[in-house]
Design a binder for this molecule. Structure first.
Ligand code: PBG
Length: 330
């Protein structure tokens, strides 16, 4: 067979001008796709930089309110709170986690008073309160499932009472979504949404986060007995199916970029609101390369966001959220 005298398909035709490229663009990105994770700490007037997360600081509540107002003005619909708990309040029994006046609950109240339309999401797991850095209660070196679920339910109810809009269980215990959902119903919190960290892998990419919440030096062992083995796809999908059946409204895949195949599989199989968490290590590696001049930081930031949308995610939790929103506006 003789080859055709010209290419059979000239796919470059629609790439010729910016306007043509925009016309046929398949996926879009907007500020409303973003959830901004923020680290908080006690004090007043404090912005305490986190060395392994360049550009990210732990904020005292007064600073949080200013930053949250700016984020909301940029079109970011939700922020997610992560507390740095004073070491004196970290115990093996973790009761600070459900103290109605703990740092997170005070921050929720302050945010809802100042910015009632900004959605406030929380993290439900014991690690910021645990003397040993684990997400669950530890006895004789083992993480207790059912006792941890009881503690998590107390923690979630306290956050609901404080005014949280979205609860984010990130602990990976079995049965926590069902237990939390029935406790919320029983307490009259019928409209509080659950965004379950459903497909959460036992990842090395959480390192800088553990620095930020002060858990890294404390963690005894690893989280492999509760977080998912990075080699497993079907197990991740089983976790998502289970969490949706137990009452999760939205589900998350975490980490993000190395797990885009999981995002796509969750989107295709369940067709429910699906989020990815571009975690601390992903942010840190892009920032480190950008700071060295090895990558164009703005370009890879936006490209990584579009990759999540292309993989089927409805939205992304990312430390880049305010910068992405500002770039989209500019
Ligand atoms: C705590 C929690 C972690 C993250 C979110 N919630 C850390 C962990 O599981 O060890 C990680 C987020 C990030 O790395 O940005 N359960």
């Amino acid at each position: 067979m003789t080859p055709a005298p010209f290419p059979a398909a000239r796919l470059r035709r629609l790439r010729r001008t910016r306007a043509l490229r925009d016309m046929v663009q398949e996926n879009g990105l907007s500020a409303s796709d973003l959830i901004w994770p923020v680290f908080i700490r006690d004090g007043d007037g404090i912005e305490d930089p986190i060395p392994s997360l360049p550009g990210v600081s732990r904020l005292s509540i007064d600073k949080l309110l200013g930053a949250a107002a700016d984020a909301y003005a940029l079109g970011i619909p939700a922020i997610c709170l992560f507390p740095y708990t004073d070491p004196s309040l970290r115990t093996d029994t973790c009761e600070e986690a459900w103290n109605p006046d703990n740092l997170t609950n005070r921050a929720i109240c302050a945010l809802k008073q100042d910015l009632p339309d900004l959605m406030v999401m929380t993290d439900i797991a014991l690690d910021p309160y645990n003397a040993n850095g684990h997400d669950g209660l530890v006895v004789d070196g083992r993480i207790l499932n059912d006792e941890t679920v009881e503690a998590l339910v107390r923690m979630g109810l306290a956050q609901a009472e404080a005014g949280a809009d979205i609860l984010g269980p990130s602990d990976m215990m079995d049965g926590r979504i069902g237990a939390l959902r029935s406790a919320l119903e029983a307490a009259g919190h019928k409209d509080i949404a659950i965004l379950s960290y459903a497909a959460k892998f036992a990842s090395g990419f959480y390192g800088p986060f553990r620095d930020a919440v002060g858990a890294s030096g404390r963690l005894v062992g690893d989280k492999a007995t509760y977080q998912i083995n990075p080699a497993n796809r079907e197990e991740a999908l089983a976790c998502v199916a289970r969490d949706l059946a137990e009452g999760a409204d939205m589900v998350m895949v975490k980490p993000g970029m190395p797990y885009l195949d999981i995002c796509r599989a969750v989107r295709d199989r369940f067709q429910r609101p699906t989020f990815a968490y571009q975690v601390s290590g992903e942010y840190a590696m892009l920032m480190a390369a950008a700071q060295n001049g090895w990558l164009d930081g703005e370009k890879v930031m936006l490209e990584s966001m579009m990759a999540f949308k292309r993989a089927g995610c409805d939205g992304v939790l990312t430390y880049f959220a305010p910068r992405v929103a500002a770039a989209l506006k500019g």
